[in-house]
Design a protein around this ligand. Sequence first.
Ligand SMILES: CC(=O)SCCNC(=O)CCNC(=O)[C@H](O)C(C)(C)COP(=O)(O)OP(=O)(O)OC[C@H]1O[C@@H](n2cnc3c(N)ncnc32)[C@H](O)[C@@H]1OP(=O)(O)O
Ligand SMILES: CC(=O)C(=O)O
Length: 542
Amino acid sequence: MAAPPQFHVYDTTLRDGAQQEGLRLTVADKLRIAGYLDELGVGFIEGGWPGANPTDTAFFAAAARGELVLKHAQLVAFGATRRVGGRAADDPLVAALRDSHAPYACLVAKSHSRHVELALRTTLAENLAMVTDTVQHLRSEGMRVFVDCEHFFDGYREDPAYALEVVRTAAEAGAEVVVLCDTNGGMLPSWMGDVVSAAGAVGVDLGVHCHNDTGCAIANTLAAVDAGVMHVQGTVNGYGERTGNADLVPVVANLELKYGWSVLPEGALAEATRISHAISAVTNVPGSARAPYVGTSSFAHKAGLHASAIRVDPNLYQHIDPALVGNDMRMLISDMAGRANIQIKGEELGFDLSDRELAARVTEQVKNREAEGYSYEAADASFELLLRSELGELDEYFSVLQWRVHTHSAAGERSDSEATVKLRARGEEQLFVGEGNGPVNALDAALRRALTPAFPVVDCYELTDYRVRVLEGSVRAGGGHGTNAVVRVLIDTTDGERTWTTVGVGSNVIEASWEALSDAYLYGLLHRAAPEPAPAEVTVVD
Ligand SMILES: CC(=O)SCCNC(=O)CCNC(=O)[C@H](O)C(C)(C)COP(=O)(O)OP(=O)(O)OC[C@H]1O[C@@H](n2cnc3c(N)ncnc32)[C@H](O)[C@@H]1OP(=O)(O)O
Ligand SMILES: CC(=O)C(=O)O
């Protein structure tokens, strides 16, 4: 089934999305995001509210200067109907829409009689006059106009005749699409159809704009599509005021993949994951791992039974092929793994685990170690070390003979730490001391110094994240609690090109950190890009 020819996708990430708590966009951010939205292939990009704040005004000015070149999308300037009792032609915010140079304006208009009386503090007739005056004025200035009917669904439930009158007024004044807004986000999917159908009787193209306060924004948007709207609004990653707006990516993915409609340019949907993540990087709001279609967990499989079926056919436990949205299947290793998880993951890492007994042995090891507190799901690098060790393929790049760390602190002074690491690498015993502003930092410094003569590459390894979790009642702690509990440490390390995660478990944070740290160096050495030059001469310090 093809989408109706006039159907289009309208993005409001830069306007309603920016109304999210904690989200603050600069002009440069907005320009970058607009570029990504254009790559996604949306039909319209609502860039902000010119005249309402300097950033949005500057964004439209930058776009008009040619700093934003859109291949697919049309730029829309958002604003409101004119002030009560005034004239659209004299209204400074309406003037800012005209001056935005955007080809389209989208006007928010009140459509709920109680809002007109209480929030706008005017008559129902004056609100209609504000709609007519503003739409006609902008049309006469050459702009194309959409109207967002604020609180339409709540207004319809309370005073259907007035809500429909606002839709009719906007259409008669020249609005091309009248958008029904669930501003407070209180609707349910089964309530949408009747209301949209009633508005459909007006005879103008309708749109829908849903908020997620009932957790139903995407479902409500699709229910409105089923009832005949021709325009869907939403934001990438569901950004927006309170609980957010309808997340546009699952909306378009559902339309393309479930309805079979072509609503994006060919091939664009396969960029959805990259674009969603790229926009998260600009907004600095981490994307949800469980976001439909594009989350890092969207096609991650943990349960053993799932994995065993996936080994036969991945689609037995996936609703689509993840490649359709540019995502990947991931196999997780945990105490819920069965042989199949281990085999799939092992094969992914390049090992032959077809031997059932071998796979069963690794599975048992994983389960036992997870019971002690290890978490392989988050530490792929440690899983690979465990696997290599079980397969007898773990090269001993170094063996640690001894390590210790001291922390000195005096009242009122910053505490300093000193660590000593003694190890054997390339046949040489080395003893190095490292200092740091904490015991883990000192251990890292000592280990790095001890390894550098034999493996200079370690100098470029950098610890980028360090997470500690106290595991109350783990098997290893014998059910210990509080300060007697087992500690799990996860360390992310990078060599500038790839990043890997290792896990350590111990009865204290230093022991756990040491395990995660030394495994991080070992994994890095196993995967170093080029063979090391001949070991430098070793000088023993201490
Ligand atoms: C549902 C939505 O999310 S719509 C988008 C909402 N977004 C924003 O509000 C962000 C940008 N807003 C702003 O920067 C400011 O609110 C401005 C510049 C628009 C207005 O600021 P101020 O002039 O200081 O007014 P303030 O924000 O206190 O009140 C809004 C005014 O607009 C009026 N108003 C509200 N909706 C409308 C409307 N659809 N059409 C015309 N006027 C409206 C209110 O009645 C109020 O009027 P008053 O000044 O006579 O009391
Ligand atoms: C217009 C808009 O953002 C709303 O009604 O929610």
